[in-house]
Design a binder for this molecule. Structure first.
Ligand code: PLP
Length: 380
């Protein structure tokens, strides 16, 4: 939808793009300056596959500061984005026949990343009324003797929700009982709006250290999606296996981008606070506007820059002079053609009732976008 919206925009249509999966801010200037300095100093050659030691040390330092967790640089591998870190892990850990639990709504890439290893994604559903936190019994019901691992992502793309401590404790108990591996994707950990420090399964169950791999990166926190720096942190053997896989595919992540990421982690952090405050304000604005539209519902986002909104009250209705809207894909298509607003269909995230609406956008665009959605829905 993002690509389609950009094409239409290039053709001169007045598109409001609420489909983007990245911050609308520019990379902060001190981070750019560090990259320029790296280029000028000739830091332009291969680095060690797992990433420059200073960056891996900075990752460990941040884990200590933010989560109170102690790790050493040989327990860190830097990759070309969190996505490659997840891909490496999947290749290193899973075999054909393995089953991997993924909690819906999930980030679109989890199932294909698991499938590319030959393993089978097993989806655990959740309900909007429970803030998209799955029922622990539903989770347990899907465990078999083939279940190898579980993915967690909180704050979540696409829901903007944060798993409760009691849920994480419940998952930890299941993980302990069944000896599962946990891949916790903490990429939005700095974008939570409640002022609380980041929390993941290890902060509630430190005894699981040998079974948990944490994935993170600079893409979302520092508006650095194009730089392609992410990492995985966990048990040495697993991290070493990821580095071996990466060594035969992309080798190291860009040397220059690694220097930029080092500056991001060790330099001034006001940029993160400013972006988070803007997202928190827009989350409220978007939620208020959406709630004014009859039939739409959402849990107010508590982090990220996404809202996941239930449009199913409008399914089964007919487009003016056209077809029946039968799900999230039809609804996105309708909103793009009728309202010139781009959103993302929930079916891509494993929930066909909803649409993902990104608030990585100026306030005026959000207001105008939701106004247009309202008018388009009134025509149904
Ligand atoms: N994990 C989640 C939940 C995401 O939403 C994204 C990007 O959209 C990623 C990982 C990938 O991040 P990166 O740009 O570091 O590869």
């Amino acid at each position: 939808m993002n690509a389609k919206a950009k094409t239409l925009k290039a053709q001169g249509y007045d598109i409001i793009n609420l489909s983007a999966g990245e911050p609308d801010f520019d990379t902060p200037s001190h981070i750019k300056a560090a990259a320029i300095k790296a280029i000028e100093e000739g830091f332009t050659r291969y680095t060690v596959v797992s990433g420059i030691p200073e960056l891996r040390e900075a990752v460990c330092h941040r884990l200590k500061e933010d989560y109170g967790l102690s790790y050493s640089p040989d327990e860190v591998v830097v990759s070309c984005g969190a996505k490659q870190a997840l891909f490496n892990l999947s290749q290193a850990l899973f075999d054909p026949g393995d089953e991997v639990l993924i909690l819906a709504p999930y980030w679109v890439s989890y199932p294909p990343i698991v499938e590319l290893s030959g393993a089978k994604p097993v989806i655990v559903p959740s309900e909007l009324e429970q803030n998209f936190e799955p029922d622990l019994e539903a989770l347990k019901k899907r465990i078999t003797d083939k279940t190898k691992a579980i993915f967690l992502n909180s704050p979540s793309n696409p829901t903007g929700q944060i798993y409760s401590r009691s849920f994480l404790e419940g998952v930890a108990e299941v993980v302990r009982t069944h000896g599962l591996i946990v891949i916790t994707d903490d990429i939005y950990d700095k974008l939570r709006f409640d002022g609380q420090p980041p929390e993941n399964i290890l902060t509630v169950a430190s005894d699981l250290r040998d079974q948990v791999i944490m994935v993170n990166g600079v893409s979302k926190t520092y508006a650095m999606t194009g730089w392609r720096i992410g990492w995985a942190v966990g048990p040495k053997e697993i991290i070493a296996a990821c580095a071996r896989i990466q060594g035969q595919s992309t080798s190291n992540a860009s040397s220059v981008a690694q220097k930029a990421a080092l500056e991001a982690l060790t330099g001034p952090q006001e940029c993160v606070t400013q972006m988070r405050e803007a997202f928190a304000r827009r989350a409220k604005l978007l939620s208020q506007k959406i709630q004014e539209i009859p039939g739409l519902s959402l849990p107010e986002p508590r982090g990220t820059f996404y809202a996941f909104v239930d449009f199913s009250a409008y399914f089964g209705r007919q487009r003016p002079g056209g077809e029946i809207i039968n799900g999230s894909l039809d609804m996105c298509d309708y909103l793009l053609s009728e309202a010139l607003v781009a959103t993302v269909p929930g079916v891509a995230f494993g929930d066909d009732r909803c649409l993902r609406i990104s608030f990585a956008n100026a306030d005026e665009e959000i207001i105008k976008g939701v106004e247009r959605i309202k008018e388009a829905l009134e025509k149904l």
